[in-house]
Design a binder for this molecule. Structure first.
Ligand SMILES: Nc1ncnc2c1ncn2[C@@H]1O[C@H](COP(=O)(O)OP(=O)(O)OP(=O)(O)O)[C@@H](O)[C@H]1O
Length: 217
């Protein structure tokens, strides 16, 4: 398995109030598999993805990616494992505004001390952005920005691609090619997990996991 999440719990406390965002979620994703995480608003999708990415720590349970533990590790260890193993794609995008599209991909590579302009150019080409390598993020269309964000997430050939509502701001017409590119990553050794309200994500996924009140139903 590329992703192993075992009995993951996450509570949020504020004063007297406690929200049980995740109540014992387990999820295994195999290489080459795409899993859609669906569920009503507030069911825990974003919390789960943040935990899987090591951006948040669960209050209980274990998360491993490619056999390496992501949960409950010192921050530098988590950051290094995330940079090496996980591509994270979020709705708000992961592009730095004062860097061009190509420089954004280069920066992601530099985080793991990698420099591979050929791979970068190849990925930009696959994303249909060969002609936009020198563009500033603010000049990209919605679809181009989503594809550039995907190029950044894929900069280090991640074992696991995590996407939280990656096409939330796109219309149906622009959404499909982006989702198909995400789907194409679930080939070979890469596993893909996408949290989304979109029916199109469900259609493309190999498997759908439904969350309700922090539990898999
Ligand atoms: N930082 C936080 N502090 C307190 N409660 C939180 C926090 N983040 C999320 N929650 C609560 O945890 C629960 C799960 O939220 P989460 O954002 O994971 O759901 P979601 O399924 O992604 O929702 P949506 O589809 O609306 O994005 C909700 O009840 C939410 O209010």
């Amino acid at each position: 398995m590329i992703l192993e999440a075992v009995d993951v719990y996450r509570f949020y406390r504020s004063g007297e109030e406690e929200t049980l965002a995740l109540r014992g979620v387990s999820l295994d994703v195999a290489p080459g598999e795409m899993v859609a995480i669906v569920g009503p608003s507030g069911s825990g999708k974003s919390t789960l993805l943040a935990c899987l990415a090591g951006l948040d720590d669960p209050d209980g349970g274990i998360i491993r990616v490619a056999g390496q533990r992501i949960s409950h590790q010192p921050e530098p260890v988590k950051a290094a494992r995330r940079a090496e193993l996980i591509g994270v794609l979020s709705q708000s995008g992961n592009l730095i505004e004062h860097l061009t599209v190509a420089q954004n991909v280069d920066l992601a590579q530099r985080l793991v001390k990698r420099r591979d302009p050929d791979w970068r150019d190849g990925i930009l080409k696959r994303m249909g952005l060969a002609g936009r390598a020198g563009a500033w993020p603010s000049r990209l269309s919605g679809g181009e920005a989503a594809r550039a964000a995907l190029a950044v997430a894929l900069a280090n050939k991640p074992a696991l691609l995590l996407a939280d509502e990656p096409t939330g701001e796109l219309d149906e017409h622009t959404e499909t090619p982006v989702l198909e590119l995400i789907r194409d990553q679930a080939a070979g050794d890469t596993a893909v997990v996408v949290a989304s309200h979109s029916l199109a994500v469900r259609r493309l996924a190999d498997r759908t996991v439904t969350l309700r009140d922090g539990r898999v139903t």
